[in-house]
Each structure stands twice: as C-alpha cells, then as structure tokens.
Design a protein around this ligand. Structure first.
Ligand code: SF4
Length: 105
C-alpha cells in the first residue's frame, strides 16, 4: 500500500508530464504549418467532407466575400493559402465558405 506522500508525488509527476504535453501541442502545430507552405499542401477538394459541410467553393459567388479578405486567410497575396478550418489543405484566394468572417482591420 502506498503512502499519501507517494501517491501525491506520483500525481504531481503525472500532472507535470501532462501539462508539459499540453503546453507543447501548439508548437507541434506551428512546426507543421511552417514546414508545409500552401504551395506544398494539397488543394482542398470540393468533395472533401469538411469542404461540403462548410459549403466551400473555389470561386466565391458572394460579392465582396472571398478567402483572401477573410479573417481566417493565411495566404497573404498568394493565389492559394492556408485556412485553420481546413488544416493541411490549401484554399483558393478567390474561394469562399460559410464560415467567412470579415478580416479584422
Ligand atoms: Fe476561405 Fe472559409 Fe477559410 Fe475564410 S474560413 S479563408 S472563407 S475557407
């Protein structure tokens, strides 16, 4: 049978390790974003389930709303760029989806 001190020590060690793992998660995501530029990312296809769910299209039919002026756009002046709603895929600058949000100025 373990003493209270021993259990407390194990719990502290577990919480420290779990906290370190959670703290590193955002950085592993950043590494992937930095190593995979939009040019290397596969294009988001219209038959992708997540694209269908958000009504993504490569050419916006909504006046003045397209990916490159959306707050989620991560492509700068490029023709294709990243979008956190479709991780690992590139979307078209002229594209659009239901989650379009006016870019914060
Ligand atoms: Fe384009 Fe939709 Fe991503 Fe905005 S949220 S950049 S409109 S795919």
């Amino acid at each position: 049978m373990k003493s209270n001190d021993s259990r407390g020590s194990s719990r502290r060690r577990f919480l420290t390790m779990a906290g370190a793992g959670v703290a590193l998660l955002p950085f592993t995501g950043l590494v992937q974003v930095q190593t995979l530029g939009a040019a290397e990312m596969p294009k988001l296809t219209l038959d992708d389930p997540s694209a269908k769910a958000l009504g993504y299209v490569d050419n916006s039919a909504v006046a003045d709303q397209h990916c490159s002026n959306c707050n989620f756009w991560q492509g700068g002046d490029a023709e294709r760029g990243g979008c956190p709603l479709f991780p690992g895929k590139s979307v078209a600058a002229k594209g659009w989806c239901k989650s379009w949000l006016k870019k914060a100025s």
